[in-house]
Design a protein around this ligand. Structure first.
Ligand code: ADP
Ligand code: MG
Length: 698
């Protein structure tokens, strides 16, 4: 069999050889020539322009200057060359290849230099710029040049940017003639995409800016389109069968509850309930993710959804991540249920045996319509009469297998409908990927009357005015949260900080008249509950805690949220914490106390938080700063796919287009078995776009 050029081992590519081959394999994972051409430039620079030295901005991106050598100095182990053009002077510093360079760069010689400018001892300089003859114009294909990922080791082995460009040119010469299209013809046409070989050539060596733009679009679209195809395929296959519990009715209880509401639902709440109702009537299993910022009124939606299930003769369960939250949900939900005849109950790890004895049979007999609880709900002893709906709050805290166990509690062969609620705003583009085939609903509107929260950033030096401020708030009858970070690796140290912090707070707020409660994860449930209740009921003025209060806890009277060592929290976590205040009618404050040495990025994060209260803006920013893989709340689900060129954080528009198009393709051919989709089948079978199949578990 004739070996394809694409499969040629990289060592046989002209300019590589065994030594560089092993380095390329180790550093960039390149084994074949085909692998090499898939290393796309992460950036392009326009080398058709030459920047006057006077206009060079230190620490800016790479620039190209053209200058005449004025002097050559040879301090030990390096070479310093000064150049000038008509506008100014610049130093060039070399540590390697000194002889070769000093032979070439003699005073009076003119070259172009390309590199990263910086400032050293007050003078503009470039370390190891690329050197090109000034008159031999830069060849056309290099006018816009790709910048490739590199490492110290590659550079030390002489694989510089320039060399990479050469290798790439050699590789393309070998593989382009035989490179096959990966997308069907009709997909290219309908989306205005250029052919693959053309795109690959232009991503490496663009003929002009427009060709580069189109090459990028083609390659990004392809990745995102195939990814969405892979994600949505299951959903389309499933939606062909009749596999969902039919819930066509609204039911008396829904109306009783709805009509007794003390407020109007927001437009967003109404829209989401409509979306849910459509799902429940469709005959297909609902798999919906409900995103809504803290305080956007998700509980109401959960209650009404549960009542729809009850109205159709089914039971509903609502799972919360913590005991405190489960009990709080139960208390809220009971209020809403008062006008109805629906019986609700709560089951957690600390529900007493005597209580369980009454509760479990009532659940099995169907007497209990709605049960709220924690992980305790998935124990084997918990048996439903007819579970038709599972609502999962803050889903990322549940493991995948736990959800699977809940699913198995179905009674009549059909899986319960699933509504997952999260207050962690995840950028829509990311949600589409992370949650696979879940449909996404967003509550993007706050109930009326919420006062803005004023967020301030202070340092330790302002501690005494902070204490005074809290005292003033307490004098007005308000309460305050003081939160300390608790990060897994340094848990011991963190608890020390928490305890020292607590002592300081107690010292500043002595009893009487002040009362300070403390809550953290190392307390027993009883102690935790006791302290928490003291704060919720208003008996304590201040609650010192770790992030255990992060999710859901509702104390409308609290008007101050102090976050200690705020630089140690991520953006979304800070936002979640801030959402604990501003729930009452009074003006609220979030005060971020930062340490003395705060990095640039942390400072930016904290300032960004001060600038906006919009959770989605914050999530977008978070994703940009940290990359989607590290986003809070998403680590557990992970981002198991490695995209080559597209970015979930930055290519939202292309992703939208690719998803919409993937839906159209699947609507025609859900299994991609028709002949025109052969190439798509082949690409998906390669496995690059396989994501965990969330449809099986939630
Ligand atoms: P979330 O769970 O999304 O953080 P909640 O459901 O706890 O938010 O609602 C926050 C507060 O807003 C609650 O006190 C709730 O009673 C109130 N609320 C919910 N919906 C509305 C509405 N449409 N109009 C006014 N207040 C509302
Ligand atoms: Mg809530």
């Amino acid at each position: 069999m004739i070996k394809k050029a694409l499969d040629t081992e990289i060592q046989f590519l002209p300019g590589v050889g065994p030594k560089r081959a092993s380095l390329l394999a180790r550093e960039l994972g390149v084994g074949t020539v085909g692998d090499l051409v898939k290393i796309y430039p992460f950036r392009h620079i326009d080398r058709s322009t030459i920047t006057p030295i006077a206009e060079v901005v230190p620490d800016a991106a790479l620039v190209q200057v053209k200058g005449e050598v004025v002097s050559v100095e040879t301090p030990p182990k390096r070479l310093k060359i000064t150049i000038k053009d008509g506008t100014g002077e610049m130093d060039l510093v070399f540590f390697k290849g000194l002889k070769y360079i000093s032979d070439k760069l003699v005073p009076g010689a003119v070259f172009t230099f390309f590199g990263k400018p910086s400032v050293f001892n007050g003078r503009l300089n470039m370390v190891h710029p690329e050197i090109d003859p000034a008159d031999g114009r830069v060849e056309a294909p290099k006018a816009i040049a790709g910048v490739y990922p590199s490492t110290e080791k590659l550079k030390n082995a002489g694989i510089t940017g320039k060399v990479m460009n050469k290798l790439m040119a050699n590789a393309l010469r070998m593989v382009l003639p035989e490179m096959e299209e990966t997308l069907p013809d009709y997909v290219l046409k309908e989306n205005g995409l250029m052919a693959l070989p053309f795109a690959v050539r232009n991503i490496h060596f663009p003929t002009d800016a427009d060709a580069l733009r189109r090459a990028r679009y083609r390659l990004k679209f392809e990745e995102l389109f195939l990814l969405q195809l892979s994600l949505l395929k299951q959903k389309f296959i499933r939606s062909r069968g009749e596999n969902g519990i039919m819930m066509p009715k609204v039911g008396e209880d829904f109306n009783l509850c709805y009509n007794a509401l003390p407020y109007q639902l927001t437009g967003a709440q109404k829209r989401v309930i409509k979306e849910i109702r459509t799902d429940l009537m469709s005959g297909h299993q609902m798999n919906r993710l409900l995103q809504g910022d803290v305080g956007s009124g998700k509980t109401m939606v959960a209650v009404l959804t549960a009542l729809l299930a009850v109205g159709n003769g089914y039971q509903a369960c609502i799972m919360a991540p913590t005991e405190v939250l489960a009990r709080q949900h139960f208390a809220n939900i009971s209020k809403y249920l008062a006008p109805t005849g629906v019986k609700a109950a709560v089951l957690t790890g600390s529900t007493k045996a005597s209580e369980r004895k009454k509760l479990l049979p009532a659940l099995a007999s169907g007497e209990i319509g709605i049960i709220v609880g924690t992980h305790a709900l998935i124990e084997d002893t918990v048996v439903f009469k007819k579970l038709g709906l599972a609502i999962i709050d803050e889903q990322h805290r549940f493991g995948v297998d736990q959800r699977a166990r809940l699913w198995s509690k179905t009674t009549d062969g059909l899986p319960p409908h699933v509504l997952v609620m999260t207050a962690t705003p995840i950028p829509r583009t990311l949600a589409m990927t992370l949650y696979g085939d879940l449909d996404v609903s967003v509550i993007d509107e706050m109930p009326p009357g919420r006062k803005p929260i004023q967020t301030m950033l202070i340092t330790e030096r302002q501690r005494s005015s902070l204490w005074k401020f809290i005292k003033d708030q307490i004098a007005l009858g308000r309460q305050a949260f003081i939160v300390y970070p608790l990060i897994f690796e340094s848990e011991k140290l963190d608890y020390q900080n928490l305890e020292q912090g607590y002592e300081k707070v107690v010292e500043a707020f002595p009893f009487p008249p002040y009362k300070v409660a403390i809550v953290h994860g190392q307390q027993t449930n009883d102690v935790k509950t006791f302290n928490m209740d003291a704060f919720v009921a208003g008996r304590a003025n201040i609650l010192v805690s770790t992030t255990v209060i992060e999710v859901g806890v509702d104390v409308p009277n609290a008007s101050v949220m102090v976050i200690e060592s705020a630089e140690r929290f991520g953006l979304s976590q800070l936002h979640q914490l801030r959402g604990r205040v501003g729930r009452g009618a009074d003006k609220s404050y979030c005060i971020l106390v930062k340490g003395d040495k705060v990095g640039k990025e942390s400072q930016h994060r904290l300032e960004f938080l001060c600038s906006t209260e919009n959770g989605f803006d914050l999530a977008e920013e978070d994703m940009k700063m940290r990359g989607p893989g590290d986003l809070e709340g998403t680590q557990q689900s992970g981002l198991p796919i490695n995209l080559n060129i597209a970015s979930l954080a930055k290519d939202g528009m292309i992703l939208q287009a690719a998803r919409g198009y993937a839906e159209r393709v699947l609507a025609e051919d859900p299994t991609l078995e028709q002949p025109q989709n052969r190439l798509l089948r082949i690409e998906l079978a390669k496995g690059k776009y396989d994501v965990k199949d969330y449809s099986k578990i939630s």
